[in-house]
Ligand binder design. Structure first.
Ligand code: ZN
Length: 218
């Protein structure tokens, strides 16, 4: 067998407890096998998980498709999301659209908001926040947007926005948020836990945040 790291010939080095032939590379000083029962050891797994999260496959679905444990899928999603850096907010953008998506964690009455901002010109998600359905949650998002001095912020008619955004920047005319409303539909289709009429739902906020982060910036 050729070494996986340096492609030189490996020598046989006994067997594992379950009888699988073991190999040893003299150059890398590493033991290895031709194939592993534990599927999550392969380097492409994280990439596939990332793709499946964005294609409306649930945690247990990923676990079944890739033949890896549910716990491994969960921990990998958290790891992948933690490695994604938030892109810097572009300064002085001409128009941003802000909207919020209703969701819940564990129980329907435990309501949460996914509020996010879309750059109208590039259609890219600039920033998002997940939190309780309160003014405080939206304030975090709006304050971060205001720090980048946009020329206009478009929202729906929710009164909270009027208290948070300075009047000269704020616009809440009908059809002003068309692009972000359309994006909402995509998100609900592409992330399983945000789908409507499904029995998939979030059990913890960190994982909801991780999946959304992978979808937006991964
Ligand atoms: Zn080697």
């Amino acid at each position: 067998m050729d070494c996986k790291y340096c492609s030189r010939k490996c020598q046989c080095a006994g067997r594992q407890k379950n009888g699988t032939q073991r190999y040893f590379c003299r150059t890398c000083k590493k033991y290895q096998q031709k194939a592993y029962l534990y599927q999550a050891c392969y380097g492409t797994v994280n990439k596939t998980i990332k793709l499946l999260v964005c294609e409306s496959v649930g945690i247990r679905g990923i676990s079944r498709v890739l033949k890896i444990a549910v716990g491994t899928v969960l921990s990998r999603i958290k790891l992948i999301a933690a490695a994604i850096a938030k892109p810097p907010i572009p300064l002085h953008q001409s128009a941003l659209e802000v909207d919020e998506l209703w969701t819940y964690i564990r129980r329907k009455d435990n309501e949460y908001w996914l509020a996010y901002a879309l750059d109208k010109a590039t259609r890219k998600v600039i920033d998002f926040v997940i939190g309780k359905r309160t003014k405080g949650t939206l304030k975090i998002l709006i304050d971060s947007l205001l720090s980048a001095a946009p020329k206009k912020i478009k929202t729906d008619k929710l009164t909270i926005y009027r208290r948070l955004i300075p009047q000269n920047l704020h616009q809440y005319t009908p059809f002003g948020t068309n692009h972000i409303e359309r994006k909402n539909l995509s998100i609900r289709t592409h992330i399983k836990r945000l789908s409507r009429r499904t029995f998939c739902f979030s059990r913890n906020i960190l994982l909801l945040e991780s999946c959304v982060k992978i979808y937006f910036w991964g």
